[in-house]
Design a protein around this ligand. Structure first.
Ligand code: NAD
Ligand code: TYD
Length: 340
């Protein structure tokens, strides 16, 4: 019987991870800490909330008093930090909350791990800390040795947290691991990121805003494959180590948007090419051979199948989606795309 704290569990990947853990480790107690920002939805955890092994605590990871109170009561063995501001476009609009949550919030969680003796702290990071790769060098991939070279306030804040976690490991002996994953897709994804935004807009016959010509490349992974990798790392990974996680599935944005149109039977005339994102990273590609060799991980989901399942999920979970398309989301869409 272990107690596992999952911060950010009402968000996209954290929510999927909660379900993964409840299924794979029914003897564990899973405690979710989330302050429910615009990106956190308690409805994502509706099924988990009926499970006696699951507990939800509403708290901000920057609030030291609340976090220490939860750790004092729960004494977690393993802590996985998903909580973050996660959207690049929002970080370009207003970086401050990214620095607060992603850096200072991570520090509070790590201090709590030290104070209450957690045997593992895991930081969920991103391949974006490596910056980008050129479009014309398909031979290049990010390894764990690739220098940190961030482009956006989001990636800079995640890189700062990674460096802080490694410093806590070396200086205070925090038993920390870090994973850097590529772009996730799947159920419960907030419709501001590429795939869920395009599905949501296409469902409503609204324009599909593709930045520039849609030639930028991302390396996509089905969210449950990411969750399996984290599960392996927290149990078998070596502390002080970074593990890259990638689906080995590079695609141009425009190709993805066309596939979504086909899946939904919508015309490609909905596609609208809009002004580029500032500082837009060209290409991400991840070398995850360390994780594959050391821990035997391999992604299971083919993109074709994962995208089909994701589109079906949005079709079958309109209530979840409609709960999200509220005031804050609508004003964000107006700010971001109204005049682009
Ligand atoms: P998300 O935005 O969907 O969810 C973030 C969750 O954190 C939300 O539930 C939100 O309420 C919560 N949160 C935010 N600030 C908080 C705070 N101060 N205190 C407590 N809770 C807070 O994000 P996601 O896409 O699920 O990403 C989860 C993690 O994975 C992030 O750390 C992100 O950097 C990382 N990551 C994401 C991707 C991706 O493709 N989405 C890829 C690699 C890494
Ligand atoms: P996003 O899902 O925001 O993830 P990230 O920027 O963290 O990789 O964007 C994925 C790609 O899709 C990225 O190249 C930007 C592009 N994009 C669009 O073309 N239009 C959009 O409306 C959004 C949100 C993203």
């Amino acid at each position: 019987m272990k107690t596992v704290v999952v911060t950010g569990g009402a968000g996209f990947i954290g929510g999927n991870f909660v379900y993964h853990m409840l299924e794979k480790h029914p003897d564990y107690k899973i405690v979710c800490i989330d302050c429910l920002t615009y990106a956190g939805n308690l409805s994502t955890l509706n099924t988990a909330l009926k499970n006696p092994s699951f507990k939800f605590c509403k708290a901000n990871i920057c609030d030291r008093g609340s976090i220490y109170g939860i750790f004092e009561a729960e004494r977690p063995d393993i802590v996985i930090n998903f909580a973050a501001e996660s959207h690049v476009d929002r970080s370009i609009e207003d970086p401050e909350v990214f620095l607060r949550t992603n850096i200072l919030g991570t520090q509070v969680i790590m201090d709590a791990c030290l104070k209450y003796g957690a045997s593992r702290f895991h930081q969920v990071s991103t391949d974006e800390v490596y910056g980008d790769l050129p479009l014309d060098r398909p031979d290049l991939r990010f390894t764990e040795e690739t220098p940190i070279r961030t482009s956006s306030p989001y990636s800079a804040s995640k890189a700062a947290a990674d460096l802080l976690a490694l410093a806590y490991h070396r200086t205070y002996g925090l038993p920390a691991t870090i994973s850097r994953c590529g772009n996730n897709y799947g159920p419960y994804h907030f419709p501001e990121k590429l795939i869920p935004l395009m599905i949501t807009n296409a469902l409503n016959d609204k324009p599909l805003p593709v930045y520039r010509q849609g030639l930028n490349v991302r390396d996509w992974i089905y969210v449950r494959d990411h969750c399996e990798a984290i599960d392996l790392i927290i149990h078998k990974g070596r502390t002080g180590e970074v593990y890259n996680i990638g689906g080995g599935n590079e695609m141009q944005n425009i190709d993805i948007v066309r596939r979504i149109c086909r899946e939904l039977g919508k015309p490609e005339s909905l596609i609208s090419f809009v002004t580029d994102r500032k500082g837009h990273d060209l290409r991400y590609a991840i070398d995850s051979s360390k994780l594959r060799k050391e821990l035997g991980w391999t992604p299971r989901t083919e993109f074709e199948d994962g995208l089909h399942r994701t589109v079906r999920w949005y079709l079958e979970n309109r209530e979840w989606l409609e709960g999200i398309i509220s005031g804050e989301y609508l004003s964000y869409c107006e700010r971001m795309y109204g005049n682009r």
